[in-house]
Design a protein around this ligand. Structure first.
Ligand SMILES: [Fe+2]
Length: 279
C-alpha cells in the first residue's frame, strides 16, 4: 500500500476562507478562537494564527478562492507527494502560502475544491486548546470525490455510512493516524459542511460551550458523540454561517484497519440523541 498515512502522513494545518464581510469574520475568530492577525506578504489576505490553528481571511472578489491546507513533515515528504500526484496524472501548481514558508503545492478535486499541501510549520499562540483537525464537505458526487482522494491522493477510508438501499451516504477519510482528517456527505448541494477543532478532553468541550454561551452563540448540533470516530462534539456557526465543530476523544486508527460500515440513522451521527442528517 502507498497511502498518506503510511508514507507521508498529513494533517489539516490551516484554511483560506473567502468572505464578503472579512472584518466581521476576523472579529469573531479573534474573540472566540483566540486568533491574532499577523503581517502577511500577500496583499489583501489577513493571516490569523492561534495555538495549533490558523485561517487566512480573504475578501470575496474575482480570483480569490477558498482552500484547505494540509501539512506533511518535511520537504522530502512534500516531494514524495508531488511525485505521487505526477504519476497519477493529477495536475498541480506551486503556490506561495504565507503559512508554508517551505513551499507548497495546490491542486483541485474533481468538483473544483482547492487543496494545498505544504511543509509543516508550527503555529504559535496563546489560548484555549483547539487544534484544527478536519474539514468536511457536502457533495452531489460522493463516489467520484472518494475515488479521487483515495486512488489519486492517498487518503484511506476509515468508515462509511450506508443507507438501507446500499447507497454510501458518508465517507470518512484519514491521512494520518486520526480517524478522519477529511469527510464527505452525500447531499443535494456542493458546499462546505464544517471544519473541526480537536480539544484535549471533555472538560475542554464544556469550557468552549461556556465561552460560546457567554457570547450568545448558540449550539445548533450536539453536544453528543459521533458513531464513526467515537468523538464527543458540538457545533456552532460563525457570522458567515460557516460551521465549526469542537471535538474530543477522536479515535485513532492503524494503517491496516479495514473500513467500518455504519447504518444511515440518527444514532450513527449522534449516539446521544438527535442528529443533523444532511439532505
Ligand atoms: Fe466533523
Amino acid at each position: 500500500m502507498n497511502t498518506l498515512q503510511q508514507t507521508t502522513p498529513a494533517c489539516l494545518h490551516h484554511l483560506r476562507v473567502v468572505s464578503a464581510n472579512p472584518d466581521g469574520l476576523m472579529k469573531f475568530y479573534e474573540r472566540m478562537l483566540d486568533l491574532k492577525a499577523v503581517p502577511s506578504a500577500k496583499s489583501g489576505d489577513v493571516v490569523m494564527t492561534g495555538p495549533s490553528r490558523a485561517i487566512i481571511v480573504s475578501v470575496q472578489e474575482d480570483g480569490n478562492a477558498p482552500y484547505f491546507a494540509y501539512s506533511v513533515s518535511d520537504a522530502l515528504a512534500l516531494g514524495q507527494l508531488a511525485e505521487r500526484l505526477t504519476v497519477r496524472a493529477v495536475p498541480f501548481e506551486r503556490i506561495e502560502d504565507p503559512l508554508f514558508p517551505g513551499g507548497a503545492i495546490i491542486f483541485s478535486d474533481p468538483q473544483g475544491r482547492h487543496f494545498v499541501f505544504g511543509v509543516a510549520a508550527r503555529i504559535e499562540g496563546q489560548g484555549a486548546p483547539a487544534r484544527l483537525q478536519h474539514t468536511v464537505f457536502q457533495t452531489t458526487e460522493l463516489e467520484r470525490v472518494t475515488r479521487f482522494f483515495v486512488n489519486k491522493v492517498g487518503f484511506t477510508i476509515s468508515d462509511e455510512v450506508v443507507d438501507t438501499d446500499g447507497s454510501v451516504m458518508v465517507v470518512f477519510l484519514r491521512s494520518d493516524d486520526e480517524h478522519h482528517t477529511l469527510a464527505f456527505f452525500r447531499g443535494s448541494r456542493n458546499e462546505w459542511d464544517h471544519h473541526c477543532y480537536e480539544t484535549n478532553e471533555w472538560n475542554d468541550i464544556r469550557d468552549w460551550g461556556d465561552r460560546f454561551a457567554a457570547a450568545e452563540v448558540p449550539i445548533f448540533f450536539g453536544p453528543g458523540r459521533h458513531g464513526p470516530g467515537n468523538n464527543l462534539f458540538f457545533m456552532v456557526t460563525d457570522p458567515d454561517g460557516n460551521r465549526l465543530e469542537f471535538s474530543a476523544e477522536l479515535q485513532r486508527v492503524t494503517a491496516d484497519a479495514e473500513p467500518g460500515v455504519w447504518p444511515q440513522c440518527e444514532r450513527t451521527l449522534n449516539s446521544w440523541g438527535r442528529a443533523w442528517v444532511r439532505s
